[in-house]
Write a protein that binds this ligand. Sequence first.
Ligand SMILES: Cc1ncc(COP(=O)(O)O)c(C=O)c1O
Length: 385
Amino acid sequence: MLSRKVADKLYAFETPFYLYDLDLLRQTLQSAVSVADRYGYCLHYAIKANYDPRLLQIIREYGLGIDCASGNEVRCAIEAGFDPKKIVYAGVGKRDKELRYAIEQGIFAINCESIEELLLVDSFAAEAGKVVDVALRINPDIDPKTNACIDTGQADSKFGISYEEVQEKVELIKGLKNVAIKGMHLHIGSQIRELHVFEYLCNKVNAIVDYLVGLGFKLDFVDVGGGLGINYDFPENEPVPNFASVFSIINSYLNVGDREVHFEFGRAIVAQCGELITRVLFNKTTATGRKLVIVDSSMTELIRPALYGSYHNIENITSKSANRQRYTIVGTACESTDVFDENITLPETKRGDLLTIKSAGAYGMSMASRYNLHDLPAAVYSDEL
Ligand SMILES: Cc1ncc(COP(=O)(O)O)c(C=O)c1O
């Protein structure tokens, strides 16, 4: 963990800030790309995980494409130099101007999540005089065995189109003149740590591809989404996620002929290279005896614990005390859910100490807000230290 090695230098920076370990990012990308290349898989980075320009520049150097969830994400990716032909765009609620923009840019595929959306893309494409490549995002009805807040693949979820609806509307879909159904897409959820879930996912993809081909669609690619989880409990034990195991499972169980296979990883690429560095403002004890450490960041910098009940490992990187105590770490926001962790053991922690909230590179800065009119946190990179 970078912050531990450079703790003394970190005092100089105004807190809170995100600290990025660029070498770890490169190591992670090298691992992902080298194993993907072995199987000929195409990797996209789910840009929603983190839009930091320096991270994007490095991700681009490794040849990844981008997975987007909004028109502004498509714009951000293009402005960061990614080839539109390597950009996919999913999302249940794409606005008209976002669809028109994606069509104009000629991206690799718009992943349509409803029949109404597909019809709209067809009509916008006709207006633009184009035939647009799309993928059907299918709801596969799989339990990804993860936190329910980030589970996107079960039958009742808002994501994707049901098999039933595709079958019901098949003639309508096939009659569309300005969309070319080039692929099928699914994304079943995030922070998947039980790798056998990827085996179920392959079985579903095989069945969905057979089903769609049986309905008369000729598919060139399958996009199986992202979702690979990381080790939030002990990040030092697994700084680089196990891409080799996931790709080996996919290679063993996926049976889609010579179709291209695409992935859209977000968390697995950037989570471990980022930490949120925050300074202790105050200590106090509640009437019930809870020892609170109040830090200078909050859910406005890192919302995952408040939003999903997510765990991040926290360490005091500057205290030299041998005396360890139990603390609850709370933020500055005017919300009772603004708690980073409860009842954790740290060395004696005082005003001015620096804490690191680890594994915060994904869905940290990208979900930051200006609630309470807090300033957005800055970024500090390993090569500045
Ligand atoms: C469609 C889609 N693809 C990819 C991802 C990235 O997921 P992860 O960060 O778990 O890899 C997401 C995350 O929400 C998503 O919605």
